[in-house]
Design a protein around this ligand. Sequence first.
Ligand code: XMP
Length: 319
Amino acid sequence: DWTMGAYREEAIAKIREQVGKERVICGLSGGVDSSVAAVLIHEAIGEQLTCVFVDHGLLRMGEAEEVVRLFRDHYNIPLVHVQAQELFLGELEGVSDPEIKRKTIGRLFIDVFDEEAKKIGGAAFLAQGTLYPDVIESVSFTGGPSVTIKSHHNVGGLPERMNMQLVEPLRELFKDEVRVLGKELGLPEAFVGRHPFPGPGLAIRCPGTITAEKLEALRKADAIYLDEIRKAGLYDTIWQAFAVILPVKTVGVMGDGRTYDHVCALRAVTSVDGMTADFYPFDMAFLGRVATRIINEVKGINRVTYDITSKPPGTIEWE
Ligand code: XMP
């Protein structure tokens, strides 16, 4: 009979067997998956593990601080915090194709990991929090023809020329199982319950080209939206909620002036594993409240829409 306690022991044994005496770099994204992977691998090999958290300039408001605090204060796991905003945003300048965004980000992540590996005298392995649905969706869409929908950077988006071998201890698990494992490993409840956040971050919530202004407006809108969701007690009912900033400007009126600013789309879905999803049926008063706050508080956005597409035929992210 199968329990998470048994899975944990088995996974630890497998990691030790795969890694031997070699060093491992774990790419932390701040999400549940890579954090659970890091804590699990740390239990397995202790000092052989170095975690690397890359700030690519595509994180949400306050996110870098939260992640660094959790790992430095709660765990005794060595954590390198790489400030790579200029590198990533520079390479992404002018890029609007979603797959090129993912491939660029995947390549830069590997460059950064390689560099950090050198600094610690080399690492033979790179650990990631890849889940079972990531593996499936990067290969083919369930029930559909065998085409790539999105090359999730932590699966299909990795460059061929990588020097390190992958350690992916969560590859057989679904999100709900990773959360159980996270609790089993003693991660704080609130952290384990966090909504998923994609590795390419806000890059794929900014259709079209990515600019500093769009990112700033997006961060603010997203923070307001999540703040209202938390206040309404809906955070744990929803699988994932986020704002998207559109490359479209529309006309509005504010006071006695004309405005011409970006459209913001809000997304919220319920799901069990992220492979299918339903849009969340907020009441209109809630959406009206969020829209008013965003338009009043965020410079650069003058219109808010709500995405009522389920998956399929939509995907959860817009890119
Ligand atoms: P989609 O948009 O494919 O998203 O319906 C399903 C789940 O996967 C996340 N997602 C990603 N995660 N790298 C990631 O690490 C990616 O490139 C990526 N694309 C989508 C998405 O946030 C959702 O939870």
